[in-house]
Design a binder for this molecule. Structure first.
Ligand SMILES: [Cu+2]
Length: 484
């Protein structure tokens, strides 16, 4: 195989996707992967589940159980699914709904299910303190206090998050609201609006994907060489629409995706983790860290087929460079036809709230070579019985993160949608200026966030803040705070 500089293979992504990722990046290699399965199977999405209504509540019944999933025809791989053989349904709900989630645990070991990105009481969060015993059903109830957007849910069991998500314990929550519904955007699920959970997996000779970590996996997070879209390899999406919306979830354990199109066409980001941006942002490429979501508009008016690609990075990109470029999904428009104009404005983002409370500092560090337990925040690993601090209810705080490790860390904070104040003293890029719950902190970077803690207090039960590389989280790069 001939190694080509990335600038030959993918000039726009080299400039736009890697730019600023790290100045230390080794020359990137272009290594097209051999197909894992025969390409060209039709793109499929998990079923849309709108729940059922009961006493004014939207109720979702979710059963988490072992599955056998065919990633390759006629090869059954052991998995975990949520009412499916791998991953779970796309839950559809409206902002303001009262939700009740009935989560049944049939996996034979303790688990939790965390509602990633939602503002809710700590008791309903689904973090490590809301353990569901084998055979039990957990039924939190809460108000859906989000803007329209793409959220997700996944396992969060203490020290088992990586294993559970790797096996398939994750799903998507699609939230709609009136503000979004009034905009001229594609929103017909399965026609011009598609949800993609991106993951990568490693399979053994028997077609299984054991959660067997080697030294590198412990340091950098589990990564695979097979790209999955909703648990499927190399799908083809045929569409009739001249403009489509892709809701993309990075559901990987430890892989960063630098998304771009093979023909380097510009696409537009319209939403970040917590909902719509102020205006569509033209992007030649977009990085999604583990845990992050983005919604993108893709113009298909030329009628030409195009390949969505992902340049994949591990946390150690600063030391090792990228691990390759993967074909993710081919999009085939059935015809050329004019695309509608993009809306000039999307949402009115509220002004950054003024700080009323503490300035807190978080130092991300590692010792040794990232052996188990060596990832720390403020010098400490996670202790399930230690609450690191309490935030007064109603406070707006500034949390400043500094990364002294040579690795990338996507930091996720439960309960809140926050705003990025600055990266190394500079204002955030437009696509990072909206609502966020997960933020990439590069080596040697200092990132300041503004967060408001409203509505829910609990003197006992905490929320989590942690690295969303699940192997870093499980190794202790996590802390807990209460809102009181
Ligand atoms: Cu990390």
């Amino acid at each position: 195989m001939k190694d080509l500089p990335m600038s030959h293979a993918s000039p726009l992504s080299r400039r736009a996707v890697l730019a600023g990722l790290t100045a230390l990046s080794a020359p990137a290699l272009f290594r097209p992967r051999t197909a894992f399965a025969e390409a060209g199977r039709p793109f499929i999405q998990p079923p849309l589940n709108e729940g059922r209504f009961e006493n004014g509540r939207r109720v979702f019944d979710l059963t988490v159980a072992p599955g056998l999933h065919e990633f390759r025809p006629d090869i059954a791989t052991d998995t975990i699914g949520i009412d499916a053989t791998f991953l779970g349904p796309i839950l559809a709900a409206r902002a303001g709904d009262r939700l009740r989630m009935n989560v049944g645990n049939r996996i034979g070991e303790p688990m939790t299910l965390h509602w990633h990105g939602l503002h809710l009481p700590a008791a309903a969060d689904g973090g490590p303190h809301q353990e569901i015993a084998p055979g039990a059903v957990w039924s939190p109830e809460f108000d859906l206090m989000q803007k329209a957007g793409t959220f997700w849910f996944h396992g969060h069991q203490h020290e088992r998050t990586g294993a559970h998500v790797w096996a398939g314990m994750a799903g998507v929550l699609r939230v709609t609201d009136e503000e979004e519904a009034a905009l001229p955007l594609p929103r017909s699920h399965g026609e011009d609006d598609f949800t993609l959970v991106l993951q990568d997996r490693r399979f053994d000779a028997d077609g299984q994907m054991p959660y067997a970590m080697n030294m590198h996996d412990r340091m950098a997070g589990m990564q695979g060489d097979v790209m999955l879209v909703n648990g499927q390899t190399s799908p083809v999406l045929e569409v009739d629409a001249p403009m489509i919306r892709l809701r993309i979830v990075n559901g990987a354990n430890g892989t960063f995706y630098g998304l771009h199109f093979a023909d380097n066409r510009t696409f537009h980001q319209i939403a970040s983790d917590g909902g719509l941006l102020a205006a569509p942002i033209p992007m030649p490429g977009a990085i999604l860290s583990p845990g992050e979501r983005g919604e993108f508009l893709v113009d298909l008016s030329d009628g030409a087929a195009v390949m969505l690609r992902a340049e994949t990075f591990g946390a150690e990109v600063a030391m090792m460079g990228t691990s390759g470029v993967h074909d993710v999904m081919e999009i085939r428009p059935r015809a050329a036809r004019p695309a509608p104009a993009l809306p000039e404005r999307l949402a009115d983002l509220p002004a950054l709230p003024d700080a009323t409370g503490e300035d807190r500092r978080f130092d991300l560090a590692m010792t040794g070579m990232g052996m188990m337990g060596d990832f720390t925040i403020n010098g400490m690993g996670y202790d399930h019985s230690r609450i690191d601090f309490a935030v007064p209810l109603g406070a707006t705080e500034t949390w400043t993160w500094t990364n002294t490790t040579p690795m990338l860390h996507p930091i996720h904070i439960h309960d809140v949608q926050f705003r990025i104040l600055s990266r190394n003293g500079q204002p955030p890029a437009d696509h990072e200026a909206g609502l966020k719950d997960t933020v990439l902190i590069r080596p040697q970077e200092t990132v300041a966030l503004r967060l408001s803690f409203t509505d829910y207090a609990d003197p006992v039960l905490p929320y989590m803040y942690h690295c969303h590389i699940l192997e870093h989280e499980d190794a202790g790069m996590m802390g807990q705070f209460t809102v009181v």
